[in-house]
Design a protein around this ligand. Structure first.
Ligand SMILES: *[C@@H]1O[C@H](CO)[C@@H](O)[C@H](O)[C@H]1NC(C)=O
Ligand SMILES: *[C@@H]1O[C@H](CO)[C@@H](O)[C@H](O)[C@H]1NC(C)=O
Ligand SMILES: *[C@@H]1O[C@H](CO)[C@@H](O)[C@H](O)[C@H]1NC(C)=O
Ligand SMILES: *[C@@H]1O[C@H](CO)[C@@H](O)[C@H](O)[C@H]1NC(C)=O
Length: 379
């Protein structure tokens, strides 16, 4: 808690400046956080902000209920942050949505395809298993929040941050200007850390318990996700000068395309490290012969279910009815996707643009071609 507040102070944000009132507030919050224990992997999660659109705070000024009490899925600490930073909530929702969409893109050809099942728990019970898939989900949604907040700062949408203040990179050519308005990744990172991790930090698990292990796992994966956005952000430049001569350049810090973040974290998913809790109540790698994971890496505790059959207990949706690829030998191939249960074949009509011609000037005209294609779905 102390660390958190120091962090906010260095970020130049509003925070109680040593006043008695501030101290009492801090005590109160701390007490609330300690007393108010939430169920382990909350049935309710801040992820639900992605599915139930957050209205802009202005909408609530005349409304009957304040914004933060209307949002579901927030932990007590998150609700407190919501009250202090109401204008951030829309972007947290957007960030979570971006994360979920990217997750669905990266996993669309796999048995577990990151589909959401309801508004509150969002991904359903599968997240209760400390699997690789849970690791990826936590990391990509934390990354989504860093992304959305950093961009919102740059666009002037938030009252507590503006353009990035990253110092000029040393290797930037001397005659290029540094100072375009950049994405504020530093702020985005810090805010996402406070907000996303609040849920884990405010819980007070018994040392050595399964719940403590899971909490450590979540924290590590949240951090890996945030770092991915930070690491992939890069310098972007724009040319100025007479008739495009580019004699002058202005540069700034820019977020990477979120697809890149998704691909990067998918690689981390593939190389995720299996962990267990050791006697000192820290996570350690199950197989000590491998290099220990760094803060950039994803970690998991439990082996994944096979996601083949629908199972209410584990929350697996099963692959019955999923499309598969008859010729592929990968996870999207019918053999693996359908778990050996076999598949049905049917024909569908596919409409495509074809015979495209370029017309002077400047448009392209295409015809529509229909083609009958075979499709396969798992039994
Ligand atoms: C989820 O929330 C949205 C918006 O509040 C609502 O339109 C939708 O019906 C809800 N879906 C379910 C399954 O509850
Ligand atoms: C669902 O999964 C649990 C845990 O793996 C297992 O014990 C149970 O038998 C499964 N139920 C069904 C209906 O397959
Ligand atoms: C993901 O899988 C579920 C259950 O198997 C299925 O209902 C859903 O359509 C799939 N989504 C996509 C985009 O394939
Ligand atoms: C099916 O898999 C094969 C081999 O990986 C690939 O060449 C083909 O494009 C895939 N088909 C579809 C419809 O995705």
């Amino acid at each position: 808690m102390q660390g958190a507040l120091c962090c906010w102070r260095s970020a130049g944000l509003r925070c109680p400046r040593g006043s008695m009132r501030g101290f009492l507030q801090l005590l109160l919050v701390t007490a609330l956080l300690i007393c108010w224990r939430q169920p382990h992997v909350g049935a309710n999660s801040w992820w639900s902000l992605a599915l139930n659109p957050v209205q802009r705070p202005e909408m609530y000024i005349i409304g009957a209920q304040p914004l933060c009490s209307q949002l579901s899925g927030l932990s007590p600490g998150q609700r407190k942050l919501c009250q202090l930073y109401q204008d951030h909530m829309v972007y947290i929702g957007e960030g979570a949505k971006t994360g979920i969409k990217e997750c669905q893109h990266q996993f669309k050809q796999r048995r577990w395809n990151c589909s959401t099942v309801d508004n509150n728990s969002v991904f359903g019970r599968v997240m209760q298993i400390g699997s690789r898939e849970a690791a990826f989900t936590y990391s990509i949604s934390a990354a989504g929040v860093v992304n959305a907040i950093s961009r919102a700062c740059r666009e002037g949408e938030l009252s507590t941050c503006g353009c990035s203040r990253t110092p000029r990179p040393k290797d930037l050519p001397r005659d290029w200007l540094w100072g375009g308005c950049g994405d504020n990744v530093e702020y985005g990172y810090r805010f996402a850390k406070e907000f996303v991790d609040a849920r884990e930090r405010e819980k007070n698990y018994q040392k050595g318990s399964e719940d403590q292990a899971r909490s450590l796992m979540n924290l590590q994966n949240n951090e890996a996700g945030r770092r991915a956005v930070y690491k992939l952000a890069d310098v972007a430049c724009k040319c100025h000068g007479v008739s495009g001569s580019c004699s002058l350049k202005t540069c700034w810090l820019q977020l990477a395309d979120f697809r890149k973040v998704g691909e990067y974290l998918k690689e981390k998913y593939d190389s995720a490290a299996a962990m267990r809790l050791n006697r000192r109540s820290k996570l350690e790698q199950t197989n000590q012969r491998f290099n220990p994971p760094t803060a950039d890496d994803l970690v998991y505790l439990d082996t994944s279910p096979d996601y083949c059959l629908r199972n209410e207990t584990t929350g697996s949706l099963g692959t019955q009815g999923r499309l598969c690829n008859k010729t592929s030998e990968g996870m999207d191939g019918c053999e693996l996707m359908c778990c050996g249960r076999g598949y049905d074949q049917f024909k569908t009509v596919q409409v495509e643009r074809c015979h495209c011609k370029f017309h002077w000037c400047c448009f392209v005209k295409c015809k529509k071609c229909t083609e009958i294609v075979d499709q396969y779905v798992c039994k």
